[in-house]
Design a protein around this ligand. Structure first.
Ligand code: PLP
Length: 388
């Protein structure tokens, strides 16, 4: 006889997934064979570079890679991450204690709270935010407190508000930001690190878009800030930089004790990363700057096509300086972000993401991902022209 199976309270407490309706409409539209332009997904359309794929193929044929990997990752991978980090940010990381490879940065972000958050601990989370953070904090029993981000402050939270909160255990930040494409200032990072040290809270920094920046303006790592290693752990990813979203490879770095907490959780959950993928990761980190510049140029060109196209329709939009998202105020004539996204899908066969899905402060905005070709962006602009 079938038993009565119920989801755990933990799962039942998760917030309702706001993209459900739009996802369903998108699947229906695709099933009907409509020519959908998908500006909804944060996954580059371009394939992983050949030298990285070749490196995986070679390593996959080596039987010494066919076993459980070291939990802490190949020493050579950690060493290469340290070299890369020093070159990019001029920050020295200890390869044994300050770097930990991950099965994608999302995996590490999901597991980290289990190592540092106790039930009822207060965690500050920006609103809007990438939706993956909240559930992981809730799984650990943490209490999420929303810190508003506003366009008027360039989507950077007000340090005075943060200072006013009591007994904070952790704050989660993400720059370059998904969905707003904002980049953190040095002043914000320094102020936040100072507050964290003074008040004793942890900073979780998600830097998945560190290399997707435009016009030569390199975003800072929070670890470049004096004192940051006392309080911060930063998550990095191969996914966006090297077009490797499907490979699942990233790393955490920063404060030793925080890395040790994450390591202890992970040792009890997984058994390392397939070594052939780690080997390909070493190859990826050695990729020449030209190749990465080309990635930036690709997204910058697309950004300019989309922004110029939409501006020619009278839509006021500022070009993002990093990430591959355009976070735009909804056009005149629409009441909210969900209505805008539905209209774009129903009338123009274009998928965009309603800002409200990222938090209530995302309302009034829509996110468009630059993950389709220039030709498709032009086609999208023409279709939008017809419905505005
Ligand atoms: C894409 C993305 C990630 C996920 O990166 P993985 O390394 O592929 O898990 C993390 N954070 C943000 C904000 C992202 O947009």
């Amino acid at each position: 006889m079938a038993i009565n199976i119920e989801f755990s309270d933990r799962l039942k407490e998760l917030p309702t997934y706001l993209f459900v309706e739009i996802d369903k409409a998108k699947r229906e539209a695709m099933a009907q064979g409509r020519d959908i332009i998908n500006l909804g997904i944060g996954d580059p359309d371009l394939p992983t570079h050949k030298h990285i794929v070749d490196s995986l193929c070679d390593a996959a044929k080596d039987p010494s890679n066919h076993h459980y990997a070291f939990d802490a990752g190949l020493p050579k991978l950690r060493a290469e991450i340290a070299v890369w980090f020093n070159k990019r940010f001029q920050v020295n990381l200890d390869t044994d204690t300050e770097i930990y490879p991950l099965i994608g940065s999302k995996e590490g972000i999901a597991h980290f709270p289990l190592g540092v958050i106790n039930p009822k601990d207060k965690v500050l989370l920006t609103d809007p935010a990438y939706p993956a953070y909240r559930p992981t904090i809730q799984f650990a029993g943490g209490k999420v407190i929303s810190v508003p981000m506003k366009a008027g402050n360039d989507w950077i939270p007000d340090l005075k508000k943060i200072e006013a909160y009591k007994d904070i255990k952790m704050m989660v930040i993400n720059y370059p930001n998904n969905p707003t494409a904002a980049v953190a200032t040095k002043e914000f990072y320094q102020g936040l690190v100072n507050l964290a040290r003074e008040k004793g809270f942890i900073i979780l920094s998600d830097m998945a878009y560190s290399e997707v920046y435009f016009e030569g303006k390199k975003p800072l790592s929070i670890l470049e800030i004096e004192g940051a290693k006392d309080v911060a752990i930063e998550f990095h990813s191969f996914s966006k930089t090297y077009y490797m979203t499907g490979w699942r490879l990233g790393w955490a770095c920063g404060n030793k004790k925080l890395i040790a907490a994450l390591a202890k959780v992970k040792t009890n959950c997984d058994s390392g990363i397939f070594q052939a993928i780690q080997t390909a990761g070493i190859t990826a980190l050695k990729t020449s700057d030209d190749v990465i510049d080309e990635m930036r140029q690709t997204f910058q060109d697309r950004r300019d096509y989309l922004i110029n196209g939409l501006r020619s329709l009278g839509w006021k939009i500022e070009p993002p300086m990093a990430s591959f998202y355009v976070f735009a105020k909804i056009p005149k004539g629409f009441n909210n972000s969900m209505e805008t996204a539905k209209a774009f899908l129903d009338k123009a066969d274009i998928v965009i993401t309603p800002g409200v899905g990222f938090g209530e402060n995302g309302e009034g905005y829509v996110r468009m991902a630059l993950t389709v070709s220039r030709e498709r962006i032009n086609e999208a602009v023409e279709r939008i022209r017809k419905i505005l």
